[in-house]
Design a protein around this ligand. Structure first.
Ligand SMILES: Cc1cc2nc3c(=O)[nH]c(=O)nc-3n(C[C@H](O)[C@H](O)[C@H](O)COP(=O)(O)O)c2cc1C
Length: 164
């Protein structure tokens, strides 16, 4: 017997919003060599051996087909002073990489300058869950830098108070 009760989408958002996350830019290079990316907080570590992570991308994400067709994707973990990047990568109607400092990683995925972690993943699984696709990636390369992370909580960007 099911004891499930429904929640409204507002309740769902409010409850999930209580879970503080970091902020990343998920990135991919399409078959033409054009970079695509979007702001993503669904990044989660999954397994240590093998080293797996996941991200969830909505079916309406403009680059969803590029992510579905690529063997690799990138995760750029943002530093606290990169809020402008988080905002830029949700903005419509512009080339989000135009004028930005970025490079292709070993696997070709777009890596942004100044990020706290530049992670390259090989896609191991993809499956649909509701209105999102879950991409499970094996971390094949990771570069990290010192610094404080950008935080997202309850619909707002925040900084960690490291003094407490
Ligand atoms: C903090 C934050 C986290 C987000 N996390 C995700 C996510 O994990 N998956 C997703 O599909 N969209 C996420 N989004 C929404 C996308 O970044 C946004 O819809 C983006 O504009 C989609 O790209 P598109 O405009 O090219 O379709 C997030 C947005 C913000 C502000």
């Amino acid at each position: 017997m099911s004891s499930e009760v429904g929640v409204t989408s507002a309740e769902f958002r409010r409850a999930c919003g209580r879970f503080a996350t970091g902020v990343t830019i998920a990135s991919v290079l399409d078959a033409q060599g054009t970079p695509h990316g979007l702001t993503v907080s669904s990044f989660t570590s999954v397994s240590l051996d093998p080293p797996l992570i996941l991200i969830c991308l909505g079916h309406r994400v403009s680059a969803i087909d590029a992510f579905r067709s690529s063997a690799h994707f990138g995760i750029n973990v943002l530093a606290e002073d990169q809020r402008d990047l988080a905002e830029r990568f949700t903005r419509k109607g512009q080339d989000r990489f135009d004028g930005l400092e970025w490079r292709r990683g070993k696997t070709g995925v777009p890596i942004l300058a100044g990020v706290l972690a530049a992670i390259e993943c090989a896609v191991r699984q993809r499956f649909t869950a509701g209105d999102h696709d879950v991409f499970v990636g094996q971390m094949v390369r990771a570069r990290v830098a010192a610094g404080a992370p950008l935080i997202h909580l309850a619909g707002r960007y925040r900084r960690l108070d490291v003094s407490r």
